[in-house]
Every structure is written in structure tokens, then in C-alpha cells.
Design a protein around this ligand. Structure first.
Ligand code: NFE
Length: 473
């Protein structure tokens, strides 16, 4: 199995020579799905270089913007990126209800099926054929949720824009905090939207994931990857750097504490000419499109030399296997017991979907708690000055997993900037020793009854929620 990233973008080159404060605006443009994670990781990288910590209001606002983006991202993933691997869209032809969007969808799919020569009905058809959910009512129910999920994502975007000023690319986040003042109006604007998202996640999203899992239980057994999980931790709870979702590392099933010095990027099979295995402070981005044996525009990030899975599953696993008791371990154990599942079974297609839905639900009480901690009228950001020469690193979790940014500042300008992005970890090509990446590993052994219709490979890959645009950056 090979994962290829087939494009070069060059953000790290674009950043060189610019004002360090541009970094959080430019890196947000790496992606329209997870811009807040890039903006906040960049902000943390700059805070580290400037030697400042955000004030309480600013830190909480940053968390609330990111949290809104997490919920939006998890919903887009399940419904609009992955559900059609399971749901039979042609079941809409049997829809007889009154929802006007569903009726329009039915008419569009039916036109496309009748005139396949004229209309490929993207993103629904063409598709690989195979064992989709058979029950028409279940399919229609899930297609209805698919439609409702657009509305939920709109609400999540609005919720993020309350403190983010706009989304997808926020203009308010800055090193040291956020430029949006805290007002009662803003707290209420966020709260009313959070109430609606709570209802969607609890009454629609999680039940839909559980229903789909009940129909396709064989996918508890597909997509097993390495027992290597990495999380940088996310949602800073104080100025000391504690995080609501704590960081951690699991290598071959054994937990250890996270230490950024063990991160490197190898390029043996990547289209880059730099030296291999560099730490990101010394990282280089030197494209070599015709390099022999190279098959991807992704570098191969490694932790202590190991390929690592990142994402919601890793955030759960590093805490379930941690020696310390924490809220994630308790919450995950409760769900595992309720569904008679073992933690190891989460290392699968269905496990990755389940933990993503659970995380959306788990974050909602934390959002209410954070809103209560905002202090109306108090400062939200700090004065800052750019040092002549400094280094900084930022570690955050994007919805898709561990995200790190590294900066070297010289003469008050960016001398070097490196990003290691969640999908670069997950879709990593082979490293210098020929060891395959996490998604490559999880594809091996996947049953493909008809090689012309590799539906199951799509299911395995998409369960990781990959974003190649981010990965190549
Ligand atoms: Ni383009 Fe991203 C997330 C980041 S994935 S979506 O989540 O960082 O590599």
C-alpha cells in the first residue's frame, strides 16, 4: 500500500523573509477546514519565540474559536466526507416525505441516473459499487441527517465567528490572546448556537454513527494500524501550559510522556532534496520533483524514528493508556463498557468514527464551562514586541491530530518556518528505512472482494479524515 501526496504548495517558502506576525494569517490559508488550528499553533509558536503567555480572556476565546471549528470539522467529516462510503444515495428515489431539500435531492439524483452520459452527480455518483446499507428507510434517515448537517456546520461557523470575527480564516487571533472584546452579547450569541449544536451532536450525529456501526459491524475489524499514537494535547487551561485534552505518546502499545525533541522528518521516499531526519528547527523544504524512488510530496515525520498515528483516536488512546487518571479515560471506559467493546477495537474504521463523534459531545460541557470563565470588560490581549533573534515552537491538536509549527526569527524576520501537519503523519510515505506510514499500514489486509470496486480501501482511508492539502502545505 502506498499513500501519495501529488502536489507541491510551498507555504514554508512563502513565509521566509516575512514579518513573524504574518505567519498566523498566512498559515491559516493552508486549509479552509482547519484554519483555526494553524492560526493557533502559529500563535503559540510566536508566543514561545516572543516569551509571552496569553491573558486568561484571550486564551479562553482562542479555545472557544477552536472548539467551534472542531465541531464543524467532525460533522463535515462524518456526513459530507465519509458517510457516502456507507449510505446508498440511490435510496433517495424512494423518499416520499415533505422536506423540500430532500425532494430537490431526489429529483437531482433521479435526473443524473437517467442521463448518466450528461450528468455525473458529484459528489454522489459515480461511485464504487459494493455493500452499501441495504435498508431504504435507514438510508433515507441518514441522507436526511446529511442535509441537516449543512445547517449544523453553518451554526458552528457562526459560533466560531463570534470570537474569531470571521470564519473560516479568523482575523482576531493574535499572539497573547484575541482582539474581540468579551461582551454579554457575544457570550449569549455563542451560547445559543452551542445549545443547537449540543442537540445535533447528541440526537443526530452520535446516534447515526452508532446506527451505521450496528449495520456494518465487520468494520470493527478493518483498518487496524500501528499501536503508535501521538497527541500534543489541546485547549490550554492555564498559563502553565496544562491542557484540557492532555498530550501523550504510545509506542507499540506502551505510554510515555511527549517530548518535542524526538520529532524529525525523513525524506528518503519524498520529493525533497534536503538532508533526511532533520528536527524541524533545522528543517528544509527543497522540492525535487524528479527524485528517483520518491513517490510523495509529503515528508515522513517520525517520533523517536517511529511512524505515529494522530487524530481523535490518538487523543483517546494516549489518555486511556496513560498511568494518570483523567476525564478522557473515565469517559472512554464508560462508553466501551456500555457497548461491550475493548479499547483495542477502537483501532479500526468504526473506532475512528466513534471517537470523533464522542469527542464532539465531550467538548460541549467544556465550552459552557469556558464561557462561564470569561470576564466581561477585562483585557483580551497583551502588548508584544518582536525580538531581533529567537526560536519558538507551537504544539496544538487540529481536528485531524497533532499539529506543530516551528519558527526561527533573525533580524525581526522569519528566517525559517516549518509545519508538521496531522495528515503528514497519517499519510506519511515510507521512511529512510523503508518503514511504511500509518495509513499505508492500516490498508494492508483490508478485504477487497472486487479489485475494480475498492470500496473498503476508501472506508479505511477516509476514517482517518485525511486532508492532503494540509499534508503537503
Ligand atoms: Ni486541511 Fe488539517 C486538520 C491540519 S489535517 S484539515 O485537522 O493541521 O493535516
Amino acid at each position: 500500500a502506498k499513500c501519495e501526496g501529488e502536489m507541491f504548495r510551498g507555504f514554508e517558502g512563502i513565509l521566509r523573509g516575512r514579518d513573524p506576525l504574518d505567519a498566523q494569517q498566512i498559515t491559516q490559508r493552508i486549509c479552509g477546514v482547519c484554519p483555526i488550528s494553524h492560526g493557533l499553533t502559529s500563535v503559540q509558536c510566536l508566543e514561545d519565540a516572543f516569551g509571552i503567555q496569553p491573558c486568561d480572556n484571550g486564551r479562553i476565546e482562542q479555545n472557544l474559536i477552536l472548539l467551534a471549528n472542531y465541531i464543524q470539522s467532525h460533522i463535515i467529516h462524518f456526513y459530507h466526507l465519509a458517510a457516502l462510503d456507507f449510505v446508498d444515495i440511490t435510496a433517495i428515489l424512494s423518499y416520499s416525505g415533505k422536506d423540500s431539500v430532500m425532494q430537490q435531492l431526489k429529483s437531482w439524483v433521479s435526473t443524473c441516473l437517467a442521463r448518466k452520459d450528461l450528468f455525473p452527480a458529484a459528489p454522489f455518483l459515480p461511485r464504487f459499487e459494493g455493500d452499501y446499507i441495504a435498508d431504504k428507510d435507514v438510508n433515507c434517515h441518514l441522507i436526511h441527517s446529511y442535509v441537516k448537517a449543512f445547517e449544523a456546520r453553518g451554526i458552528a461557523h457562526e459560533m466560531g465567528a463570534v470570537f474569531g470575527a470571521k470564519l473560516p480564516h479568523s482575523t482576531s487571533i493574535v499572539p497573547g490572546g484575541c482582539t474581540q472584546e468579551v461582551t454579554m452579547e457575544r457570550i449569549l450569541a455563542y451560547t445559543t448556537r452551542l445549545n443547537k449544536l449540543k442537540a445535533f451532536c447528541e440526537d443526530v450525529y452520535l446516534p447515526d454513527v452508532i446506527a451505521a456501526a450496528g449495520i456494518m459491524p465487520e468494520h470493527w475489524g478493518t483498518g487496524k494500524g500501528y499501536d503508535n499514537f501521538l497527541s500534543f494535547g489541546v485547549f490550554r487551561t492555564n498559563a502553565e501550559g496544562d491542557k484540557y485534552i492532555p498530550p501523550g505518546v504510545v509506542i507499540n502499545g506502551k505510554w510515555e510522556a511527549f517530548d518535542p525533541k524526538y520529532i524529525t522528518e525523513q525524506v528518503g521516499f519524498s520529493r525533497f532534496s534536503s538532508q533526511s531526519d532533520l528536527h524541524p528547527f533545522d528543517g528544509e523544504t527543497s522540492p525535487a520533483p524528479h527524485k528517483e524512488n520518491a513517490y510523495s510530496w509529503l515528508k515522513a515525520p517520525r517520533y523517536k524514528g517511529h511512524p505515529m498515528e494522530v487524530g481523535p483516536l490518538s487523543r483517546v488512546m494516549v489518555n486511556v493508556l496513560s498511568p494518570e487518571d483523567n476525564w478522557i479515560k473515565k469517559a472512554a471506559t464508560k462508553v466501551l463498557n456500555a457497548h461491550s467493546l475493548k479499547a483495542q477495537q477502537l483501532n479500526s474504521v468504526l473506532g475512528r468514527h466513534l471517537v470523533r463523534a464522542l469527542e464532539a459531545i465531550w467538548l460541549i460541557p467544556y465550552a459552557y464551562e469556558s464561557l462561564d470563565q470569561l470576564a466581561i470588560g477585562k483585557k483580551t490581549a497583551l502588548p508584544l514586541s518582536i525580538p531581533d533573534k529567537a526560536q519558538g515552537a507551537g504544539f496544538c491538536e487540529a481536528p485531524r491530530g497533532a499539529l506543530g509549527h516551528w519558527i526561527n526569527i533573525e533580524k525581526k524576520k522569519i528566517a525559517n518556518y516549518q509545519c508538521i501537519v496531522p495528515t503528514t503523519w497519517n499519510c506519511s510515505p515510507k521512511d529512510d528505512a523503508g518503514v511504511i506510514g500509518p495509513i499505508e499500514k492500516s490498508l494492508i489486509g483490508t478485504p477487497i472482494p472486487d479489485p475494480k470496486q475498492p470500496l473498503n480501501s476508501g472506508r479505511v482511508v477516509r476514517a482517518f479524515d485525511p486532508c492532503l492539502a494540509c499534508a503537503v502545505h
